[in-house]
Design a protein around this ligand. Structure first.
Ligand code: NAP
Ligand code: MG
Length: 491
């Protein structure tokens, strides 16, 4: 197979990882991964299709049914997950660079992803030995107790915006609980998942426990969702694809957990520390070039604070310009693909047509003086109406929609007025208001006087059409275990 090995950080072959071995795709198909900063090809990789997914599921099933993984001492599983974390940590600098090349994000942000991915492996390594059942006082001379057991073979399907981190959020808890995994990374960013496979092999994870099948959603992803031998699908991605997955999974009654899109409100009250609010609102929308499911893409600002907040935000956004993503000083990276570039520019046109006021940005940005790669200027719309498309639909780019409100009730009504409910921000110096508003927001995460922090220990997931199931924290254990009730007659 033709291989372009442009990135020296790569240790893994450009192949599929099935049953502990590197394999070409059975069809011989390959696909390309690009560097979004320049649109230049980065690697040519084996592309998994249905037959390859079959082989990966068979390996995962074999490892689950006959292999040592689910029956292995929990302490051994913990130790292996900890070794994965150690190995990721030892290679953190090169893995961060690889993530930058494949995804385009600034190196400073990739380093944060790496730290959080390592945290996830360590956090769930800790849980492996703490999955306990209960003894239950039932009627009769009976010992009744529960066993918390793995669900079986987990199909993990992840997006491109935080490639290694999304893999870690699924693989770490799934393996800690004794499941085996088939991971399908996003077609735009398959490289770090292959490195994770190489690390799993290196630290001695038994064959078949983790399988990685880069490929396309409509083929490899769909085959995984339909496969009768997969017990659960853990998905992160768009709400549209989440709905398809739920329908397809119904045929085999798979368990499904869905982390989907958002249109998160970021509410600035007039009693807030406005400098802090501006700084936070800027990060809320422009981090990862707005390609965060939790992006604070609707700025709801009290009418009396409006002018000051918008003015200061524009000042900051003016300084946010394309830079080499590998440069530690760079804060703005490109979008992931030409498709996303066109989609985001399309939303900007709709915003203008519907009458929102474009105050800054709005165009494709040039990189190194040329129109290459998939860059968009930081864009702020003002005077957005709640029914405008850019106030309702997820843009997934550096595009902010600003709306104003007159009082707390109106702010909450506006905040809750979309189909989504992933996250929300609240900026206020009034303690009572902070907690009151946090309760009234229909969102899985509420940040008060901050935006974006996450931690492996704290649950994350959506309300409404942002999905269901909670990743991270002890809540993720519910996704990857099932409970058995055992009755023993003692009479
Ligand atoms: P996407 O199109 O939904 O893709 C996500 C994953 O699903 C990719 O691996 C994709 O494969 C795969 N896929 C696509 N169609 C499929 C199908 N029919 N069956 C099975 N798998 C399929 O989303 P995206 O464009 O990559 O990511 C952006 C979206 O994800 C945004 O809407 C964002 O809000 C959401 N997101 C949500 C979270 C969260 O935690 N809630 C986190 C990140 C992103 P391909 O790679 O081939 O497309
Ligand atoms: Mg790429």
């Amino acid at each position: 197979m033709a291989t372009t090995q442009i990135a020296p950080e790569r240790k893994a072959p450009s192949k599929l990882f099935i049953g502990g071995e590197w394999a070409d795709s059975r069809s011989g198909a390959t696909f390309e991964s690009l560097n979004p900063a320049t649109a230049e090809p980065l690697a040519q990789l084996a592309e998994a299709r249905a037959q390859d997914v079959d082989a990966a599921v068979a390996a995962a099933r074999e490892a689950f049914e006959s292999g040592p993984w689910p029956r292995r001492d929990a302490a051994d599983r913990a130790e292996l997950l900890w070794k994965v974390a150690d190995r990721v940590a030892a290679r953190a600098a090169e893995l961060a660079r690889l993530e930058v090349l494949d995804n385009g994000k600034p190196i400073r942000e990739a380093e944060i992803d790496l730290r959080e991915a390592i945290d996830a492996f360590r956090y769930y390594a800790g849980w492996a030995t703490k999955l306990e059942g209960e003894t239950i006082p039932v009627r009769g001379n009976i010992l009744n107790y529960t066993l918390r057991e793995p669900v079986g073979v987990v199909g993990a399907i992840i997006p491109w915006n935080f490639p290694l981190l999304m893999a870690a959020w699924k693989v770490a808890p799934a393996l800690a609980c004794g499941n085996t995994v088939v991971l399908k990374p996003a077609e735009q960013t398959p490289l770090s998942a292959l490195e994770l496979a190489a690390i799993a092999r290196e630290v001695g994870l038994p064959p078949g426990v983790l399988n990685v099948v880069p490929g396309l959603g409509e083929t490899a992803g769909a085959a995984l969702v339909r496969h009768p031998d997969v017990d659960k699908i853990a998905f992160t991605g768009s709400t549209a694809v989440g709905k398809v997955i739920m329908r397809e999974a119904a045929e085999t009654l798979k368990r499904v957990s869905l982390e989907l899109g958002g249109k998160s409100p970021n509410i600035v009250f007039d009693d807030a520390d406005l400098d802090a609010a501006v700084k936070g609102s800027y990060a809320a929308i422009f981090y990862n070039a707005g390609q965060c499911c939790t992006a604070g893409s609707r700025l709801l600002v009290h009418e009396s604070a409006h002018d000051a907040v918008v003015e200061k935000l524009v000042e900051r956004a003016q300084k946010l310009t394309p830079g080499d993503p590998l440069d530690p000083k760079t804060r703005l990276g490109p979008l992931i693909s030409r498709e996303q570039l066109e989609r985001v520019l399309g939303y900007i046109e709709i915003g203008k047509k519907q009458g929102a006021e474009l105050v800054i940005g709005g165009r494709r940005a040039r990189y190194q003086g040329e129109e290459k790669g998939f860059w968009v200027e930081p864009t702020i719309f003002d005077r957005v109406e709640p029914q405008h498309t850019i106030a309702q639909e997820e843009v997934f780019g550096p595009v902010l929609a600003t709306l104003t409100f007159r009082d707390e009730d109106e702010a909450i009504a506006l905040a809750n007025q979309t189909i989504y409910g992933l996250a929300a921000g609240v900026w206020t110096s009034n303690v009572k208001r902070a907690h009151r508003v946090a309760r009234r927001l229909r969102a899985g995460t509420v940040w008060v006087n901050t935006y974006h922090p996450l931690d492996a220990a704290s649950p994350f997931g959506g309300y409404k059409q942002s999905g269901y199931g909670r990743e991270l924290g002890k809540y993720a254990l519910e996704l990857y275990t099932q409970v058995k009730s055992v009755w023993v007659d003692l009479s």
